[in-house]
Design a protein around this ligand. Structure first.
Ligand code: BGC
Length: 513
């Protein structure tokens, strides 16, 4: 009996030890896996770091590249494209004008009625529509057929336009937000596509001719008066409201900036005379590159697998089209390192499945149990039952990626200010010290969903701007959000360059003999 009891006791003890061993082993393994997942985050944090010293290097590099891009054609990855916009709206434009805005996920048609005094927009009618995905890679004929048919529907439905306005040719501004080599205010050739568009037959083609042909085919009596980039439209609207506006930035599906440059600083176009002595330059800053940019393995892989490798490097770190995909790649890596997210789902392997609004929703999920994060992981990435601590990591990943993007965008903006001598340092030569450089009020018009709808992004951008410029200088720099500037601004420029406007300046540009 005694032996039996001892035997049982020993057996129980051995079994308990074995169970404990298994439990401890499992815990150790799961701890190790957790550490690996946390390691992925730490590594990401390190490689995305943007201390102010590094941001200042990016500022300098941006200003230097701007100079190089203005000095010679192909002198920099920054194209610094001429826009032939030499004056900006003042608020006195009058009449009814239209705009067609093509350049991202959405396409817009607009009509505005301008009051003629004190920047008054009497009415504004905008119709937005998502571009059907197949049209982004189809033919130019299909694309222009689609946009002009939407314009036709829009015009046919208008009620508020006076008979007088209806009886004359309607004038429109065409916003086409891709790199375009312009030869005049209403003519330009497509250099290349980006943001998921890839219509081979259009590369190298004149854009307004295509549009005008499609308008004619549809029997529309409309005349494209100006061809502009979206940033140029934003600058035009910014200036319409506030004459201190000198630059414009778009941070949406793609990203870019433009600014008013002195004509004599555009060295690659020597002898260019403009009526104002200046010209808006479309930087195409999405293609900016510098060794100071903090690049991760995720950026490198995404770039290699993109339809435009080695292009738009800055854009791929900043804009809405790409941020979600960087986050997806990090989560995928975490999944591969540990089973804490469960097995790798096919959705998680799908490029661009995690769109920016969903990423922003995860980042800004304020519920205590991160309900929104769980729902997006489940519904969009098909990752079920992720524990709370892992959901927190996902939020952190979104934070790191967004913070880097916003801070780099801020450095880009200061780069422009530096180039035009508005950063308080006396410009690129840095000849004057902060204290004796007199700061003028400087307004930068900003648009795009990242800036307007993603609060964390906007906060990080402002924070970095203050860090780089310093409080004293930053107080003279105003970032002003405009609304629908890409199309309203195009309509304003159409008004400024209208055949019926006495102030039309399309012939005000010429080269010195
Ligand atoms: C295009 C620019 C455009 C920007 C914002 C970029 O991908 O190259 O022309 O201004 O996106 O829409």
């Amino acid at each position: 009996m005694g032996r039996l009891a001892v035997g049982i006791a020993v057996g129980v003890a051995v079994a308990t030890c074995a169970v404990a061993g298994v439990v401890v082993g499992r815990r150790l393994r799961s701890r190790r896996k957790w550490r690996r997942v946390v390691g992925v985050l730490r590594e990401l944090e390190d490689s995305c770091e943007t201390p102010v010293g590094r941001l200042k290097q990016v500022v300098d590099a941006m200003a230097v590249e701007m100079h190089a891009g203005l000095a010679s054609e192909g002198g920099s990855k920054l194209k610094m494209l001429l826009t032939f916009v030499d004056r900006l709206p003042t608020g006195s434009e009058i009449g009814t004008y239209y705009a067609l805005d093509l350049g991202g996920t959405n396409f817009r048609v607009l009509r505005v009625q301008l009051g003629g005094t004190r920047s008054s927009i009497l009415s504004k009618d905008v119709k937005r529509q998502r571009i059907p995905e197949h049209l982004m890679t189809s033919t130019s004929e299909d694309l222009f057929d689609f946009i002009t048919s939407k314009l036709k529907q829009f015009v046919e439905q208008e009620e508020t336009v006076s008979e007088a306005a209806q009886s004359r040719t309607r004038e429109l501004g065409f916003t086409f937000s891709f790199p375009v080599k312009q030869i005049s205010i209403r003519s330009g050739f497509l250099i290349r596509w980006n943001k998921g568009f890839a219509i081979e037959d259009m590369i190298g083609c004149e854009i307004v001719e295509r549009l005008q042909g499609a308008l004619m085919k549809k029997g529309l009596d409309m005349w494209a008066t100006v061809l502009v980039n979206d940033t140029v439209g934003i600058l035009a609207l910014g200036h319409y409201y506030d004459a201190d506006t000198v630059a414009a930035v778009k941070i949406g599906t793609g990203t870019n900036a433009c600014y008013m440059e002195r004509a004599d600083a555009i060295i690659k176009c020597q002898g260019l005379l403009t009526s104002s002595g200046g010209m808006v330059v479309n930087m195409e800053w999405g293609n900016f590159w510098s060794s100071h940019l903090p690049r991760t393995t995720y950026d490198i892989d995404m770039d290699l697998e993109s339809p435009n490798p080695n292009d738009q490097g800055f854009e791929k770190m900043i804009s809405g089209m790409y941020l979600g995909d960087i986050v997806r790649r990090v989560i995928l890596r975490m999944c591969e390192e540990s089973d804490i997210f469960g097995p790798v789902s096919s959705k998680l392997l799908t490029p661009f499945v995690l769109e920016m609004p969903l990423m922003a929703a995860m980042h800004e999920d304020e519920s205590p149990d991160l309900k929104e994060v769980a729902a997006i992981l489940r519904e969009t990435l098909e990752i079920q039952g992720v524990p709370l601590k892992a959901r927190r990591l996902v939020v952190k990943v979104c934070d790191v990626v967004t913070r880097r993007a916003a801070r780099l965008a801020a450095a880009g903006i200061v780069g422009i200010l530096k180039k035009i001598g508005r950063d308080g340092t006396g410009g690129i030569t840095g000849s004057r010290s902060r204290s004796d450089a007199k700061m003028r009020r400087t307004v930068v018009a900003v648009e795009g969903s990242l800036y307007t709808s993603y609060m964390m992004f906007r906060e990080y951008l402002h924070e970095a701007l203050n860090e780089i410029l310093g409080e004293e200088v930053a107080q003279h720099v105003v970032l002003r959000t405009t609304e629908d500037g890409s199309c309203v601004g195009a309509a304003l420029l159409a008004a400024l360059h209208s055949s019926s406007s006495s102030s039309s300046s399309s012939d005000g540009l010429h080269r010195r003999q």
